[in-house]
Design a protein around this ligand. Structure first.
Ligand code: FES
Length: 252
C-alpha cells in the first residue's frame, strides 16, 4: 500500500477551491469544500478529461470536455456521458498540511475520501449514482409498416441500445443522418447509410453498436445493404439527447 504524501499546505487552497497535485507519479485533483479536503483522479472515466480543470459546485465537479459530473467525495459518476466512478483517494490533514494516499481502485460506494480541518465539521459522504440501469423507457418499434423511409429506419434503430446506459441510440442523439438510395443489385430494395457518432472516439461500445445497427436495419425486408459511417465532427454533446433519454438517465 502506498504512503500518505504531503501535497499542499492547508491555507494554500481556498474554500471552495481546487488544485492539481502529483502523488506517487499520478495526477490527482484536490478539492477544499466546506472545511474538508477531497482527492480524486484527475481523469474523467468517459474519455480522460482533466477533472481539475472543470467547474466545481458544492461537491460536484463537471468534466470540462463533455460535462459529465462526479462527486468529489466518492468519485461516483453522477451524469452522462460518464457511467463509471473515478478513483477517490484517502486524505488527511496533519501538521498544517494536506496529505493524500492513493487507493488502488475506484470505490464509489466506499467510505468518504476526505479529511476535515481539525476542529471543524466533516462533510457528508452520501452520493447516490443517478444513472439508471433500468430497462429502456422508450418502447422500441418492432413492427413499422408502410414504405421504407428515414423515419422507418430511425424507429427500428430504437432497438439498438447502449450496453452501459440501456438507452437507445436514437434518443441518445447518436444518429446524425439516415440516407436511403435505390439498390443497383436488388431492384426495388434500398441501400441504407447510417451516419452515427459515439460519445467519445474511444467508446468501448462502438463495435457492438455498429454490429447491432447493421443487424437491425439489415433485417428490414426492403433493405438490401447497410453501411454505418462513424462521424466524430460535430462531436456528440449531452444536449443531443431527447427528453426521453434524459428522463431515463435521471438528468434534469
Ligand atoms: S471526457 Fe469527460 S465527459 Fe467526456
Amino acid at each position: 500500500m502506498s504512503e500518505f504524501i504531503r501535497v499542499a499546505d492547508i491555507d494554500e487552497i481556498p474554500d471552495p477551491g481546487k488544485t492539481l497535485v502529483e502523488v506517487d507519479g499520478e495526477m490527482v485533483a484536490l478539492f477544499h469544500v466546506g472545511d474538508a479536503f477531497y482527492a480524486i483522479d484527475d481523469v474523467c472515466t468517459h474519455d480522460g478529461g482533466p477533472l481539475a480543470d472543470g467547474e466545481l459546485r458544492d461537491h460536484k465537479i463537471a468534466c470540462p470536455r463533455h460535462g459529465a459530473k462526479f462527486d468529489i467525495r466518492t468519485g461516483a459518476a453522477l451524469s452522462m456521458p460518464a457511467v463509471r466512478p473515478t478513483r477517490a483517494h484517502e486524505v488527511k490533514v496533519e501538521d498544517g498540511g494536506v496529505w493524500v494516499r492513493l487507493r488502488s481502485e475506484a470505490s464509489a460506494s466506499g467510505p468518504a475520501a476526505h479529511a476535515a480541518v481539525p476542529g471543524l465539521p466533516i462533510a457528508s459522504s452520501s452520493a447516490p449514482m443517478t444513472v439508471s440501469s433500468a430497462p429502456a423507457a422508450t418502447a422500441a418499434a418492432t413492427a413499422v409498416t408502410g414504405p421504407l423511409s428515414e423515419d422507418h429506419v430511425r424507429e427500428m434503430l430504437k432497438e439498438v441500445k447502449d450496453p452501459e446506459l440501456f438507452v437507445n441510440i436514437v434518443d441518445l442523439g447518436l444518429i446524425y443522418n439516415v440516407t436511403l438510395s435505390p439498390s443497383a443489385e436488388s431492384p426495388g430494395r434500398h441501400h441504407v447509410a447510417v451516419d452515427m457518432t459515439m460519445t467519445s472516439p474511444a467508446c468501448p461500445a462502438g463495435p457492438q453498436l455498429i454490429a447491432d445497427t447493421k443487424r437491425v436495419v439489415g433485417g428490414i425486408p426492403d433493405v438490401a445493404a447497410v453501411e454505418v459511417r462513424i462521424v466524430m465532427d460535430p462531436p456528440w454533446t449531452p444536449d443531443r439527447m431527447t427528453e426521453a433519454a434524459r428522463d431515463q438517465l435521471g438528468i434534469f
